[in-house]
Structures are given as C-alpha cells and as structure tokens.
Design a protein around this ligand. Structure first.
Ligand code: DSN
Length: 422
C-alpha cells in the first residue's frame, strides 16, 4: 500500500501506517485470530461506501441513495448463506462481541440462563465473563473439559448441568480450544432441555466454510455467530446466520442488530465482507484451509517431540495452546516478550484452571492462519515451532536470540504477504 495522500498530508499518521506495514512484513504472525486480507478486500474497505449511512435492510432503508448499498449488502448476504448453508444472514454486526450480544438480545429475557464454555477452558469473554454487560443481564453457567490433557469436553456433566440449570441458550464456541467440538452432542442436549443452540464459530469460520471442519448447521444448530476476519480472511466484522427460514427468529435477530444495538451499518466493511466471501467460495480456499490444519499439526509434532505441554494434547484446528510455565518455567507474559523480540508475534493466554493471573498466565496461544496465507508449509512451520522452543530455552542468551531474529527475518522475506488469493 502506498498511502500517497496520507504521506503528504499527515506524516505522523503515515509513520504509524508504514511502521505497521513493515512490522507485518518482517515478522511472523502467529496470533491465531489474525490473518492477512487481500488487496481487493482492502480496496473495498477504503471505498466510497465509508461515506454512506444506510440504517435498515436492503429494500427497507431509512435514508435515500441506497441503490448500491442494497446491491452490495445482498451480495454479502447471499454469499454468506452459500458459504455456511444458512437460510438467512445478517451481515451488519460490527464484530463478534456485538453479534453475540445481538443474539442474546433477540432470544433471551433478562434473567434467563445461558450455558457457555468456561473462559479458562477456552471459552470467550462474551460467553459470560462477569465484567460483560451480558453477564449483568443474563445468568451464565459454564461447562468445562473433562481432561485438559486430551481436551475432551465433559458432555455428560454438561447434560446434567443443563437439566438442572435449564438454559434458554447453549453456546458452542471458543477462542482458545484446540479440539473439534461434538456439535451433535451439543444439539442433543439443547433439544432435550428446550434450549436454542448457538455456535460461535469466530475462530473456525474459514475452516468450516472451507470444508475441513464440521458445520454446526449440519447438526441442527439454530444460530451461528462469527467474526469475518480470523480464518475467514475478511475484514474485521461480524455476522449472524440462521439455519432455517424461521420468520419470527429472523425478525428478532434483525431488530436486535438494528435498532436494538447498532445504528448505521459500516457499508465499506460490508462491501469488503462480500469480497472476502467471494474469495472463500473460490475452490482454492479449501486448499488453504487444508494447509492451515496440516501446518498446525506439523507444529504440534515438534512441540510433542520437545516435551512441551500442549493443552488438549495437540490440535484438530488452527491453534495451539502451550503451557510455557510448566514446560520452560517462564510465564506467558515473558514468553510473549521473548518471542516478540525474535520477530514472532503470539499472545499470552490462560490455561485450564490457571493458577497464574490473566496478565501473566501460564500459557501462550498460537496458530497457523496467517503464516499459511504467506504460503508456508509443514517444513517452515515445523522450523517456526523449533525457533519458539529454542528462543524460550535461550531466553537469556542475547547472541542466540539475535541469530533467531535474523532467521525469522529471512523466513519472512522468503514468504512475502500476498496481494491476491484468487
Ligand atoms: N480477540 C479474539 C481472539 O483473539 O481470539 C476473540 O475475540
């Protein structure tokens, strides 16, 4: 990106833009929720749609001048439905947290019970953290893994808890869980207790669209929420998908998004979602998703060989969660800093029932979506895993860290961030 206008008009902001471009090009991005979008997606994000207000839905807006907003929102909605076999898509949520809140607003009454995965076992803040507004309005109960070494969720304990607590909504989804979910078990429990089943697939949306992980709609889930970035490789944003042509539920969802929670949708982002969904419908996207999983397994094999404790014992998806405190005697905060210094970006993360505090937990979380977009394969990903192990073991050895930093730069230079995916 050249930023020719910003560079002339606003050197201060230009410096930050250039710095971030350089950081992304020269380092290796392993935060599993991050990725690189195509130049086409960036063009749509920077388009004239950013100037436009368009409260309402296609064909039913509150402002004039909507012929092209309607056109682009319909393209995004239709493509989203095709990607996930949905009957209906609302593509207006600003991101994943507002999408989840919109579903709660649409289908729950204050005081209703919701069941979600415990945060330290991999769940997300919006699935019931006490500091969220949702937790002040609704009553959240949690389920956990039976065994953090295998990652198996305790579905029987979940069923017993659901019978006892009578949730109105059961959420399947995570931001730090490495194993495939048994959507059939979730749906069965939800049906038994009369709850709606919602899957928050923010992390795995691309992998589901690409056909390498199961689609919750194939197991009768009622609703899906997701972000549109992460593995789906679109702009930052969210959406809500409905499985069936259920007019009442669809109307509730639409009203919860607008005017319930939001005003005007960000039409430039919706245009960029449409472009990204078009890329995800392309046959090459499935190959990308297959490579994401293969690369994650290649990294897991190195960590297993090196005796690094992985929560869940490995991975079925794009992410890995390492117990760095247990494995290297280093907290997650210091591990994140050491790896940042060698050019590898990942994030500190709590592990199941972590005794350490969230700002310096026992774990780090990493994943393969971004480095796979750069074209790296199993050989490179295995080497990146080795570099992580070497850097954490040699964290007090400046010369070794410098050598690793140089190697990371060379690797990044050999796999430039691509501009086109289709
Ligand atoms: N912040 C996202 C993640 O990193 O997983 C989830 O909201």
């Amino acid at each position: 990106m050249h930023y020719s206008f910003v560079s002339q008009q606003d050197p201060e902001v230009f410096e930050a833009l250039e710095g971030e471009e350089r950081r992304q090009a020269e380092g290796l991005e392993l935060i599993p929720s991050e990725n690189y979008v195509s130049r086409a997606v960036r063009e749509a994000l920077g388009s004239a749609f950013t100037n436009k207000y368009s409260e309402g839905l296609p064909g039913k807006r509150y402002y004039g001048g909507q012929e092209f907003t309607d056109q682009v929102e319909e393209i995004a909605r239709t493509r989203a439905c095709r990607l996930f076999a949905a009957a209906y898509a609302n593509v207006q949520p600003l991101s994943g947290a507002p999408a989840n809140l919109a579903v709660y607003h649409a289908v729950l009454q204050p005081g209703d019970t919701v069941m979600g995965m415990d945060l330290s076992h991999g769940g997300h803040l919006t699935h019931g953290h006490p500091l969220t507004v949702a937790a002040q309005l609704f009553r959240f109960v949690t389920y956990k893994m039976k065994n953090p070494e295998t990652g198996e969720i305790d579905y029987e304990a979940m069923r017993m808890a659901a019978r006892r607590e009578k949730p109105k909504l059961i959420i399947a989804g995570f931001s730090a869980y490495t194993r495939e979910l048994d959507y059939a078990a979730f749906a069965d429990i939800a049906r038994e207790v009369g709850a709606l089943a919602m899957a928050d697939i923010a992390h795995t949306a691309g992998l589901i669209a690409g056909g390498v992980l199961a689609n919750p709609f194939s197991h009768s889930f009622d609703l899906i929420t997701t972000t549109t970035h992460k593995t789906l490789r679109g702009p930052r944003g969210g959406m809500i998908l409905v499985r069936e042509e259920n007019e009442e539920l669809i109307t509730r969802i639409n009203r919860a998004v607008f005017p319930g929670l939001q005003g005007g949708p960000h039409m430039n982002v919706i245009a960029a979602k449409a472009v990204a969904f078009g890329e995800a419908l392309h046959s090459s996207f499935g190959d990308y998703c297959t490579a994401v999983l293969r690369n994650a397994k290649a990294m897991a094999a190195v960590f297993a060989r090196e005796g690094v404790r992985m929560l869940g014992g490995g991975t079925d998806n794009h992410l890995l969660l390492l117990d760095v405190y247990g494995s290297f005697g280093v907290g997650g905060k210091e591990a994140e800093e050491v790896l940042d210094a060698v050019g590898i970006t990942l994030n500190k993360n709590t592990i199941a029932d972590d005794p350490r505090p969230p700002l310096d937990p026992s774990g780090v979380r990493l994943g393969t979506p971004a480095i796979t977009t750069r074209g790296m394969g199993e050989v490179e990903c295995a080497r990146v895993a080795e570099i992580i192990v070497e850097a954490l073991r040699a964290r007090d050895d400046r010369a070794k860290k410098k050598a690793l930093r140089d190697e990371v730069r060379e690797l990044a230079a050999a796999f430039p961030v691509p501009e086109k995916f289709v």
